[in-house]
Design a protein around this ligand. Structure first.
Ligand code: SAM
Ligand code: SF4
Length: 329
């Protein structure tokens, strides 16, 4: 059971850990010019010993799931070692969020690593649209990667797409995903585009409420599945004629923060209590030696009282977040 609990009764058995800010894609809403080295910041990304100490502390605090994210987490050469370190520290579920780069080639190693789940970001099943959004013509290799994972009986696969007005919001786009999940046991979720410090113009042009997709689901008789015990932020919809599920992640919706069950670690060792909150402190100084673990545990526990009830995004606040490559979405 998680010992991490805030003043609003929410528990945090789940950590999102960014291991790098570097990314090899150029998604229009995130890193439209690709990853740029910040010359003013010479701090290195968390190294393996620091990640190991974090995992040990979180395991002691009752965290059962860590999602590795980025930037693009798979660009790190020691990426598979990181999965092993988390597992060895006693984290029961280790999952990743990836853009799917070289997924076809990595599928076997991912399965061998003991990974428990994968979230793959695919904003469109149309090859040209995918290329326009991400700057890379890599949809076929990602789809081959999904097929390879399925052939290896890896079945905890989720696909996320950012909902982008007039880019991937037509009835035809929704039908295309419907056909995909009819045959594939994959959960597909649309995420509403979030405003960050960097993307105001893009946000103003492309943000659209997920109501548009919800209406489609209602019209096509998809059945809302009520929250389960481990429910994440996604509202899920099922249909007995389909292998997969549809989902909606709507951070701007009224009750989104009520079910928050996660904390975040940035790639340079800050603890963030919210993806968007102004609340974050560096805990890196306590990741340097094994005998600091108790002190680190106390520091993290002490931070819980600062977690706010909501992200206040609807008021136009973006907190510290310039784009989601530093915190991992
Ligand atoms: N590079 C990996 C990927 O794209 O899956 C992991 C990091 S990425 C920041 C994590 C998720 O955040 C992706 O699904 C991405 O589409 C989503 N994302 C990035 N910026 C976003 C924004 N402004 N609004 C909504 N989702 C965003
Ligand atoms: Fe890279 Fe992911 Fe950001 Fe796209 S969303 S630029 S793949 S970090």
């Amino acid at each position: 059971m998680s010992l991490l609990q805030d003043n609003f009764g929410r528990k945090f058995p789940y950590i999102r850990m960014s291991i790098t800010d570097v990314c090899n894609f150029k998604c229009g809403y995130c890193l439209p010019n690709g990853y740029q080295v910040d010359k003013s910041d010479n701090r290195k990304f968390l190294h393996l010993d620091e990640i190991r100490r974090l995992a040990i502390v979180f395991s002691k605090l009752g965290v059962s799931k860590i999602r590795i994210t980025g930037g693009e987490p798979t660009v790190r050469k020691d990426f598979f070692e990181i999965i092993k370190i988390l597992k060895d520290a006693g984290i029961k579920k280790v999952t990743i969020t990836t853009n799917g780069y070289h997924l076809d080639k990595k599928a076997q190693m991912l399965v061998n690593s003991g990974l428990n789940g994968i979230n793959i970001s695919i904003d469109s099943l149309d090859r040209n649209t995918f290329k326009t959004i991400t700057g890379h013509d890599r949809l076929p290799e990602i789809l081959r990667g999904i097929q390879n994972l399925q052939d290896l009986n890896f079945d905890n696969i989720k696909i996320n797409a950012v909902l982008l007005k007039n880019i991937n919001t037509s009835e035809k786009d929704f039908d295309t995903w419907g056909n995909f999940i009819k045959k594939n046991k994959v959960d597909f979720r649309y995420i509403e585009l979030m405003r960050t410090g960097d993307n105001l113009n893009y946000f103003n042009k492309y943000h659209v409420s997920s109501k548009i997709f919800k209406e489609y689901l209602d019209k096509n008789n998809w059945i809302y599945q009520t929250f389960g015990k481990d429910a994440g932020p996604s509202l899920n919809y099922i249909n007995p004629h389909y292998e997969g599920k549809f989902g909606i992640i709507a951070p701007y919706s009224k009750d989104f923060c009520k079910t928050c069950n996660r904390l975040r670690i940035t790639s340079r060792g800050d603890l963030r209590l919210c993806l968007f909150g102004n609340t974050g402190i560096s805990i890196r100084h306590l990741l340097q030696k094994d005998d600091q673990i108790q002190e680190l545990q106390d520091l993290i526990l002490g931070q819980m009282k600062f977690k706010k009830e909501s992200h206040y995004l609807e008021l136009g606040e973006t907190g510290l977040t310039e784009n989601l490559s530093t915190t991992g979405g």
